[in-house]
Design a protein around this ligand. Structure first.
Ligand code: G6P
Length: 661
């Protein structure tokens, strides 16, 4: 999603500001975006110059090189006093060059903005009434005009920004520059923003990785803060109440290793392959070579919250929500404690009478998902105790919750979450075990059995990754049936194009070849594998753009079964255990209607499923089975997307870090 970066160099002319901004934008590409731009203030009272493109940072770099912007890519480096950059994920207005940030306003001001301004229509009308002319369709442009008006009124940058921010409703992180000023002024409310410092140079950024280790220390602005970054001075921070505020600096430590592909063609593939190590890292503090669960690793305060909670309430989005749904089975079965998994965007607006007395667990890879942050805050207001499960320990969610369990999966770059999902599941299973142990519902025998299985988890994940070849084949078949080889039955009464092109009145997909597309793939599962069916469908949709639907196997007959015909591929998740026969019966319902079954079955699944395609996996035991089943589904989606030539790591319309609601 949108990303901000900015820099005020310590000395004039000493730094390749444009080059830094372009590299920083490249480092935050993983967040997902569809246009990008930079703007700089030239030294010696110079004006503001802007460069923007619709599309990728590589295109912006090319444009900078071609136009000699800031001396980027050779030549003399321009003397630049301050600069800001932005990657935009379009919300209001198409992802065009014109709508890209930085956005200029009269008076030589430029701003970059993350978030959504809810009262932009109102403000736009007021500003128009005062003679301001709008160039873009964005909600953000009102900020640029309000800021420029503040400057024209003779205020300093900080006052101009505070006054602009005071008029905004909604969520924002903003950074601004203006002609003749060697400074950046920024503000935030409801959207993260941090300030960095390294050898006298000051930075601003919406997430630390964009700074690539250039900042030696960073501070996270609090909600309502404004900050002024001026060359040669310390960052000046003013709180929402208008007072000078001291915020805590944190050393950034060793610069985070820049994400690299390490020989893989895609980050997603690399991250799928990293799952055995990620799972091992996630459990390292809790599972030793011998013995049971090491509950000490939860820490005394969290253990008390685990013991005392009347219920467990999980809030999350996307893939993290699917992990939460699986955890529900674990918590309820092992700890005998009521547990709910909630979609965070819905939860935040619900009156949840059960929140007080609950342990509310916010699960998020990034720790920056706006809806999850808001849902945790809503639960806290109702009296819940909070816990964050995050991959990014220094994230807003981890700070807001005050307690966090790290997933330790390592940086995840691919937009489609993979290793973070299995790491989340691992941590959630440890949490369920911990709660059960604290509440006295876990027998020593069950604890020993599950912990022994967890010890084997990395090895079992390696085993399930070996299904890669089979998944590639399945993906080929699924893609070919999606891309159409199906003759429309004459009695369906659909007119075809009869071989001609461009016949009116007919969906373009049906023209020219008398064929129709099969519009979907089904994924079914029961129990802890039902959320995995949802996740398998989500993965396929996200990156291959093939429509897919996950369904509780027993729920099929209540509607979704109507979709099944001889052309419908259905992926059946068939672990062993009590529900195996039930799942087999649901698979038979699909087969009876001609559906094509692709069955992923546990080695110990004894149920008879008559399918042409069965792949077997050693899933250890029923408790860890959903974790072991995940990689083949990720590989299936990966190969489907690859065969279709999709942009696997950066699927269209999606973002890695969703910082707007
Ligand atoms: C985005 C990503 C998903 C992710 C979801 C939640 O939609 O594309 O992969 O599952 O956000 O993200 P979080 O960081 O909170 O886990």
């Amino acid at each position: 999603m949108c990303g901000i970066v900015g820099v005020v160099p310590s000395g004039v002319g000493g730094m390749d500001v444009a080059g830094f901004l372009l590299e920083a934008l490249a480092l935050q590409e993983y967040r997902g975006y569809d246009s990008a731009g930079i703007a700089v203030v030239d030294c010696d009272g110079g004006g503001v110059r802007r460069l923007a493109v619709s599309g990728r940072v590589a295109k912006l770099k090319e444009a900078a090189r071609a136009g000699g912007f800031g001396g980027f890519g050779g030549g003399t480096v321009d003397a630049i006093a301050a600069g800001i950059g932005h990657t935009r994920w379009a919300t209001h207005g198409a992802p065009t060059e014109r709508n890209a940030h930085p956005i200029l306003a009269g008076g030589g001001a430029a701003i970059v903005h993350n978030g959504i301004i809810e009262n932009h229509d109102e403000l736009r009308a007021e500003l128009r009434g005062r003679g301001r002319r709008f160039r873009t369709q964005t909600d953000s442009e009102v900020i640029a005009h309000l800021f420029a008006e503040g400057l024209r009124a003779g205020g300093d940058s900080l006052r101009a920004m505070r006054s602009a921010a005071g008029k905004l409703r909604g969520a924002f992180a903003v950074a601004a520059i203006a002609r003749g000023r060697g400074e950046i002024v920024c503000a935030r409310r409801g959207s993260p923003l941090l300030v960095g410092e390294g050898e006298g140079t000051l930075f601003v950024s919406s997430d630390a990785p964009a700074l690539g280790g250039a900042a030696k220390r960073v501070l996270h602005l609090a909600d309502g803060d404004c900050a002024l970054l001026r060359a040669g001075e310390k960052a000046r921070i003013v709180s929402a109440g208008g007072r000078r505020a001291g915020r805590q600096w944190r050393q950034t430590g060793a610069a985070r290793a820049a994400a690299n592909l390490g020989g893989y063609r895609h980050f997603m593939k690399k991250e799928i392959a990293e799952q055995p190590q990620a799972a091992a890292a996630a459990m390292a503090d809790f599972v030793g070579r011998t013995g049971g669960l090491r509950t000490g690793a939860f820490g005394g305060e969290l253990l008390r919250a685990m013991r005392d909670c009347r219920s467990v309430n999980i809030v999350a989005c996307g893939t993290s929500y699917h992990a939460a749904m699986t955890a529900r089975y674990w918590v309820e079965t092992l700890a005998g404690t009521p547990c709910r998994a909630n979609v965070a965007s819905e939860y935040r607006y619900r009156a949840d009478p059960g929140a007080g007395g609950s342990l509310t667990v916010a699960v998020s890879q990034s720790g920056e998902t706006a809806d999850t942050i808001a849902a945790a805050a809503a639960a806290k207001e109702k009296g819940a105790r909070l816990l964050a499960i995050v991959n990014e320990s220094d994230s807003t969610l981890a700070r807001d919750c005050g307690r966090a369990l790290p997933m330790r999966a390592g940086m995840e770059v691919g937009v489609a979450s993979t290793k973070a999902f299995t790491a989340q599941l691992t941590v959630l299973l440890l949490l369920a075990l911990g709660i059960a142990k604290e509440k006295g519902t876990l027998s020593a025998r069950v604890e020993k059995g599950i912990v022994a299985s967890l010890r084997r988890l990395p090895e079992l994940l390696r085993g399930s990754l070996l299904l890669e070849g089979v998944m590639r084949k399945w993906a080929g078949e699924i893609v070919s049936c999606h891309s159409g080889s199906l003759v429309i039955p004459a009695k369906a009464g659909i007119q075809t194009g009869g071989g001609g092109k461009g016949k009116a009145g007919l969906d373009s997909r049906f023209r020219g070849n008398d064929k129709v597309f099969n519009d979907g793939v089904l994924f079914i599962g029961r129990g802890g594998h039902y959320p995995l069916a949802l996740e398998g469908a989500l993965k396929l949709k996200e990156i291959s753009y093939i429509h897919a639907e996950g369904c509780a196997a027993g729920e099929l007959k209540h509607g979704t079964l109507a979709l099944v015909d001889a052309h419908m591929p259905a992926v059946v998740l068939a672990p062993g255990g009590a529900l195996a026969e039930k799942t087999a019966a649901n698979a038979a319902e699909i087969a009876a209607r001609g559906g094509r079954l692709y069955v992923l079955a546990a080695e110990n699944c004894g149920a008879r499923i008559a399918a042409r395609k069965i792949a077997r996996v050693d899933d250890g035991c029923e408790w860890i089975s959903p974790i072991v089943f995940a990689p083949p589904l990720q590989l299936l989606a990966y190969y489907a997307a690859k065969i279709r030539g999709a942009d696997i790591d950066k699927p269209r319309n999606l973002a890695k870090s969703v910082t707007v609601e």
